[in-house]
Ligand binder design. Structure first.
Ligand code: SF4
Length: 309
């Protein structure tokens, strides 16, 4: 499967500092799913992610490639530009918006040396195809001019995933990602290029980031960066996420473990807790005049492809 293996600094599941990158040839570029959010089409340049988020929901995606180290073993699909051009050229393709990510961050550490995204963006520019992307890295600014070029021809949305404005807390929760202060600066710079910008305030973490004060700090900075919308939702502890996050709490916030075990008898929060968080969000939306993220309006494509890579 692999034709190249390199090492780069990062973080992995076992706390080590080396990350391995394997280059593979993918069979297709676009991946169809039926979730509708934010679009039905994903393009993942990488499998695995060096950001190392303690609440990462995407770990399961490494099960398909038989590797358990989601944060330490990165798979790069180096042939995607050619595949993408072929798929976007098909007469059945209806220029639906493509999410540049889904189960990984396209601007994680590996991208600094792999430089796959500029070629991918040039293909989207050639086809005037709308895209959206969410990232926790300001490395995306390297390609700001390409996003700006595409935004003249098609809708472009750049979102930063920001769950706290506290750089220290973020360094515990997302040890491989850019500090939130850099992500706000990235959003401001992208907006200045005429690109629509958003924040994914997900997950809101019970007892850690769910107070009015904590959430308002994000809305305040978002307002200064002139972002177009914020989508907020509390933590989901589905599958492998629950033991991983409880283990993180035991290490850094042990007093919260019993509170979490009491709140999460199911994988998601409901009832009064959910209501209280969403009431805070509604109040902040009204106060700062920042709405949520609207859906893309694009036609359905005739083809639906499933791909492993
Ligand atoms: S950025 Fe997303 S995919 Fe990457 S580690 Fe964090 S939650 Fe997982």
């Amino acid at each position: 499967m692999s034709d190249e293996f390199t090492q780069l600094p990062g973080i992995n599941e076992s706390g080590g500092s080396n990350v391995g990158v394997t280059c593979v040839a993918a069979r297709s570029a676009l991946h169809y799913h039926d979730k509708e959010q934010p679009t039905r089409w994903d393009l993942n340049v990488y499998r695995g992610c060096t950001h190392g988020c303690r609440y990462c929901f995407a770990r399961y995606s490494h099960d398909y490639i038989g590797s358990g180290d989601f944060f330490g073993h990165i798979v790069a699909k180096s042939n995607l530009p050619g595949l993408l051009h072929r798929e976007l050229s098909r007469s059945s393709w209806k220029k639906e918006a493509v999410n540049l990510g889904g189960v990984s961050d396209s601007y994680q550490k590996a991208e600094a040396s792999m430089e796959l995204m500029p070629e991918i963006l040039k293909i989207f520019i050639h086809h005037s195809n709308p895209v959206l992307i969410s990232t926790k890295s300001d490395l995306i600014l390297r390609d700001a001019s390409l996003f700006a070029q595409l935004s003249v021809k098609a809708e472009v949305r750049v979102a930063a995933s920001i769950i706290t404005s506290n750089d220290y807390l973020a360094s515990l929760l997302e040890p491989g990602a850019s500090p939130p202060s850099h992500r706000f600066a990235m959003l401001k710079a992208m907006k200045q290029q005429g690109i629509k910008t958003y924040i994914l305030l997900m997950p809101v973490l019970p007892y850690l980031t769910d107070t009015m004060e904590h959430l308002e700090a994000i809305y305040q900075k978002a307002s200064k960066a002139n972002v177009d919308g914020i989508l907020a939702w509390p933590l989901n502890l589905r599958g492998q996420v629950k033991p991983a996050f409880i283990s993180f709490l035991r290490e850094h916030f042990p007093a919260l473990v019993p509170l979490y075990l009491g709140l999460y008898d199911r994988s998601e929060v409901t009832g009064p807790y959910l209501k209280s968080v969403m009431e805070i969000v509604a109040e902040l939306r009204a106060k700062y005049g920042i709405g949520t993220i609207p859906r893309f309006k694009t036609g359905k494509s005739d083809e639906q492809q499933m791909s492993l890579f």
